[in-house]
Structures are given as structure tokens and as C-alpha cells.
Write a protein that binds this ligand. Structure first.
Ligand code: VGL
Ligand code: ZN
Length: 193
């Protein structure tokens, strides 16, 4: 499939933060490998005048998803810490729309649309198609793709720009199947013109 990028489209980069990288608090194996691929997408989308969006998990230090506060995860992506920063090799343009999620202690959010104004922002800009990649395929990327579809966007999953955790073997493949079953379309960089 070939898709020509236009200014009515958006690239949504999910949670490419240090705590999602190898060595981080909630690491995705090979998570750093998505960065150079995402940079290629960023270059193309920027050249075509499309919108770049970057989501970040942005927790208060007492977030309810943390073990000390009754959740299941180690503390991660705490607001204004190194672990919450975007990977510094990620070449986000100046006009990137940054979406902070799970910013309240008692509210969790896997999806970049959950508890944020992202859908309203994209609709206001008349954006019709969204292209989603980042970390992790079987958690926040999947949730973001499924919400984008629910919001009525024509939604593409960027397979080569995403990595999953695969806690249970097959989780990533099942996540991809679920996205496609709901109407998501799988793309790689060679499909983009
Ligand atoms: C969470 C990032 C990835 C959370 C889960 O529940 O806070 N964050 N997966
Ligand atoms: Zn989190």
C-alpha cells in the first residue's frame, strides 16, 4: 500500500521517554530502536506540513499505578524527572503538540486520548488520518490506536516505529491483530510517499 502524506494528517508518537527505554523504570526491550525510525517519519511528516503529536506518561510522584500507592507498576515517568523526558535523539519539531497523560494521582491512562484534549485538538485542526507509533505496542500504542478509531479517525499503526513488551509471548501479535480487527491499518515507512 502507498500513502501520500498531506497536511491534514497527524503523526502521533506514543511515550518515547527514558523510563520506557532499556535501563529505564518500565523498560521496553529494544525500545530505543524506534527512535531513528520515528525520526524518518518526523522528517517526512514535517516536510509535508503535517502535525506532529507526542504523548508522554506524566505522573505525579504519588500516582495510583505505582506499587507504593496500590498499583502494579514501579514508579515511572514522574513529572519533570529524567525518566519522564523524551529520548533526546528524538527530533521533535518546535511546533510538536505535546499531550501529557495520567497527570492526576487517581486516574490512569494508557491511551493518548484518555483524559486529554487530543481528540478535540485534532478535530479542531480538521485532521482526518492519524499515524501512530512508539511504546509500547501491546499497551499504550494499542490503546491509542483503538481510541483513535473510536473517535472516527482513519488510523494507521506504524509497525516499524513501535516496540512491545510481550510479557506473555504473543502479546504483541495479539495487540496487532486487535488493532487490525477494529479497522486499524498496518504501515511501514516503505508505504509512505
Ligand atoms: C502505565 C505506562 C505503561 C501505568 C502502564 O499504568 O502507569 N504506564 N504502562
Ligand atoms: Zn504510567
Amino acid at each position: 500500500m502507498k500513502v501520500r502524506i498531506t497536511k491534514d494528517y497527524a503523526l502521533i508518537i506514543v511515550d518515547v521517554q527514558y523510563d520506557s527505554m532499556p535501563g529505564g523504570a518500565l523498560p521496553v526491550p529494544d525500545g530505543d530502536r524506534v527512535v531513528p525510525v520515528l525520526n524518518k517519519y518526523i522528517k517526512i511528516f514535517t516536510e509535508k506540513g503535517a502535525q506532529i503529536v507526542a504523548s508522554r506518561d506524566w505522573h505525579p510522584e504519588n500516582h495510583s499505578s505505582f506499587k507504593e500507592y496500590g498499583g502494579i507498576w514501579p514508579s515511572h515517568c514522574v513529572q519533570n524527572t529524567h525518566g519522564a523526558m523524551f529520548h533526546s535523539d528524538l527530533q521533535l519539531p518546535e511546533n510538536t503538540y505535546i499531550v501529557s497523560k495520567a497527570t492526576h494521582p487517581d486516574k490512569d491512562a494508557y491511551s493518548a486520548f484518555s483524559g486529554t484534549d487530543l481528540a478535540a485538538y485534532l478535530k479542531e485542526k480538521n485532521i482526518k488520518r492519524v499515524f501512530i507509533g512508539g511504546l509500547a505496542t501491546d499497551y499504550c500504542v494499542k490503546a491509542t490506536v483503538l481510541d483513535a478509531i473510536k473517535e472516527g479517525f482513519c488510523t494507521f499503526f506504524l509497525e516499524d516505529a513501535s516496540k512491545g513488551v510481550d510479557v506473555n509471548k504473543g502479546d504483541v501479535d495479539r495487540a496487532i491483530d486487535e488493532m487490525l480487527e477494529h479497522g486499524g491499518i498496518k504501515l511501514t515507512i516503505s508505504d509512505i510517499i
